[in-house]
Write a protein that binds this ligand. Structure first.
Ligand code: ADP
Ligand code: MG
Length: 306
């Protein structure tokens, strides 16, 4: 079953145009002029139960805007979206009970309270029974290894600890869909890793869907079989991560090993056989490897507007 259907989604922001100088500023104040900024245009995709999809693109591509439309924080300027059978914008209880949005750059926990208090509050808001609350909480706390900081004021937690607590809060009601917007941003490498292994484990343990935006390819490489690549508001690719290279990279790498060392050649895909045969004619060659270009490089080229 499709849990998310986005059909021709777009979002146009009205941005106030700034006029130069003091007189400009004054005029801006009394008679503002607005420009249209197209942030997302004609975006369509479907996401099924249990999928973990990576939504990737450079800064300003439209990832956050799309997630906000999917979670009902923004009203689309065009197109339609259905999430578990709901129009997100209506923010109905049954919809809210089944989704969660975690934003790496936003704090959703009560800053002055210990995290456990925010969790308890969520229990009441979502009407979670004592027994399932206990079970879910224990499970999450164990997986995220944050049992020792539950009673510490959120403001005193490290960023990594806080993000973990954010995840507990987001998952305490066992939502069917989890939207994660740059969940590893700003975290150190160890914490990023621990976040990833949690998400992997969590995704495998249930049938909830996860959409994750990130501009760290490591997140995506480790977690997502399927990626949606977005740039300047439009989808460039939607499919298997493993096929991104074949689709966008015209080259392969031939490594030639000689006693003197290894030399690499970047060769057009269709010329690989020919070129390899030619290189092998050199009697000094011990071995050759034919490899794909690194996915990071491919994506960088895609975004460079190649
Ligand atoms: N509230 C807003 N008002 C005006 N423009 C916005 C607003 N939010 C985002 N934008 C613009 O829309 C585009 C997409 O932004 P965003 O969805 O945040 O991209 P991403 O999350 O991929 O970095 C960018 O050009 C950004 O500057
Ligand atoms: Mg963003």
């Amino acid at each position: 079953m499709h849990t998310i259907i986005a059909d021709g989604l777009s979002k146009v922001y009205d941005v106030q145009k700034k006029r130069p100088g003091l007189s400009g500023s004054l005029r801006d104040l009394y008679s503002p002029v607005y420009e249209k900024k197209v942030a997302v245009k004609d975006v369509s995709f479907v996401i099924d139960e249990g999928e973990l999809v990576g939504f990737i693109g450079p800064n300003g591509a439209g990832k956050t805007t799309t997630l906000k439309m999917l979670s009902g924080l923004l009203y689309p300027s065009g197109g339609s979206v259905s999430v578990i059978g709901h129009d997100p914008w209506k923010r109905q209880y049954d919809f809210l009970k089944n989704i969660s949005l975690v934003m790496g750059q936003k704090n959703q926990l009560w800053w002055d309270l210990p995290a456990i208090e925010s969790f308890n509050l969520a229990k009441d808001i979502y009407g979670i029974s004592d027994s399932s609350y206990k079970k879910t909480l224990n499970n999450l706390v164990e997986m995220l290894e944050i049992g020792d900081v539950l009673n510490v004021q959120v403001r005193k937690l490290s960023l990594g600890q806080r993000m973990k607590a954010e995840l507990v809060a987001a998952l305490i009601h066992s939502p069917k869909i989890l939207f994660l917007d740059e969940p590893t941003i700003g975290l150190d490498v160890v914490m990023q890793q621990s976040m990833r292994s949690f998400l992997k484990q969590y995704n495998q343990g249930g049938d909830g869907s996860i959409i994750l935006t990130s501009h760290y390819m490591d997140d995506v490489k480790e977690l997502c079989k399927r990626v949606i690549i977005i740039d300047q508001g439009s989808i460039l690719y939607d499919g298997l991560l493993s096929e991104v290279i074949a689709k966008f990279s015209k080259h392969k790498i031939i490594e030639v090993i000689t006693p003197a060392g290894t030399k690499t050649h970047k060769v057009l895909r269709k010329q690989v056989a020919e070129k390899a045969a030619e290189l092998l004619k050199d009697p000094g060659v011990v071995d050759i490897n034919i490899k794909e270009v690194e996915i990071e490089d491919v994506i960088r080229q895609v975004f460079a507007g190649k």
